[in-house]
Design a protein around this ligand. Structure first.
Ligand SMILES: Nc1ccn([C@@H]2O[C@H](COP(=O)(O)OP(=O)(O)OP(=O)(O)O)[C@@H](O)[C@H]2O)c(=O)n1
Ligand SMILES: C[C@](O)(CO)[C@H](O)COP(=O)(O)O
Length: 266
């Protein structure tokens, strides 16, 4: 088994282009030697069925993609951002992201027919000098900044592939088989972090028929062990309408907490 653990895991139109740098982007690049994030947002959102690509579906009045970008900005751990969106949505995405405070420099590119193809498009747009790359789902819109930092820190500590993960709460049973010991299982989230050369190598290997549903799965096939850090239930992936309801509730709770803190501030 090549998995290691830190701890017990408790639409629009336009062309590709750049979004203005965040205020501390240059300082960050020097400090960390180039941490980039490929934020994949090019999925259709078929299971959500909200009438537009999932990343552009609003929660509390703002698109999921904007919430995800705000979480990355708040983490303060990413120097360069590449956002991958449905073809034709590049310009609208630049306009959506422009007001996000503290967002690192971003390039917006068109994605592909699969998540893997969209990640590959993002990787192709990374600048020279990138050392660490995160791959993050826009659909995990409320990922806490602490999760982002844990992943970056673990890659910086020398792990070539890092995933955040949470324990599984349901009893699991193989169809036509037995109950699986859930104590040994974790549900894997994003952002996933990699040494950029390892991720590029993994994406260059031709598919062998068995699909990998995430980037760590691809990298593992090339012999790189996957290291697991604590994820967070709030990093849930918005997949169905029920997930969107949960995100709305979490945003309402975060807003109420901010308001209470402001009242308590002189
Ligand atoms: N061709 C694709 C497919 C997915 N994604 C991104 O990958 C993440 C996880 O994908 P998923 O939740 O499966 O999104 P969708 O493919 O949009 O969902 P569905 O299968 O319901 O259409 C999302 O942020 C999604 O935008 C992508 O960039 N390009
Ligand atoms: C990358 C991922 O979010 C990790 O859990 C997941 O594998 C994406 O899967 P999907 O089939 O694209 O929803």
């Amino acid at each position: 088994m090549s998995t290691t653990h830190d701890a017990e895991p408790a639409v629009p139109s336009g062309a590709a282009g750049s979004v203005r740098p965040g205020p501390d982007a240059t300082a960050g690049a020097g400090r960390r030697g180039g941490v980039a994030c490929v934020l994949v947002a090019a999925g259709a959102g078929t299971r959500l069925a909200a009438g537009r690509p999932k990343a552009f579906v609003p929660a509390a009045g703002r698109p999921l993609l904007v919430h995800a970008a705000e979480g990355l900005a708040a983490a303060g751990a990413v120097d360069v951002l590449v956002v991958v969106v449905p073809a034709g949505a590049e310009r609208a995405t630049e306009e959506l992201l422009a007001p996000v405070a503290g967002l690192p420099p971003a390039t917006v590119v068109a994605g592909g027919a699969s998540r893997q193809a969209s990640v590959a498009a993002g990787l192709a747009a990374l600048p020279d000098g990138t050392g660490v790359v995160l791959v993050h789902d826009a659909a995990r819109a409320l990922t806490p900044p602490a999760v982002v930092r844990r992943v970056v820190d673990a890659v910086a500590a020398g792990h070539g592939a890092v995933v955040p993960a949470v324990p599984v709460v349901d009893t699991l049973r193989e169809v036509g088989g037995r109950v699986v010991d859930r104590a040994r299982l974790r549900a894997v989230q994003t952002p996933q972090g990699f040494d950029v050369a390892a991720l590029r190598r993994a994406h260059a290997v031709p598919a062998d028929g068995e699909g990998a549903t995430d980037d760590a799965g691809l990298v593992e096939r090339t012999g790189v062990p996957v290291h697991v850090v604590d994820g967070d239930p709030e990093a849930l992936k918005v997949t169905t309408p029920l997930d969107l309801l949960l995100v709305e509730a979490l945003l309402a709770r975060r807003g109420a907490a901010r308001a209470a803190a402001a009242v308590g501030t002189p």
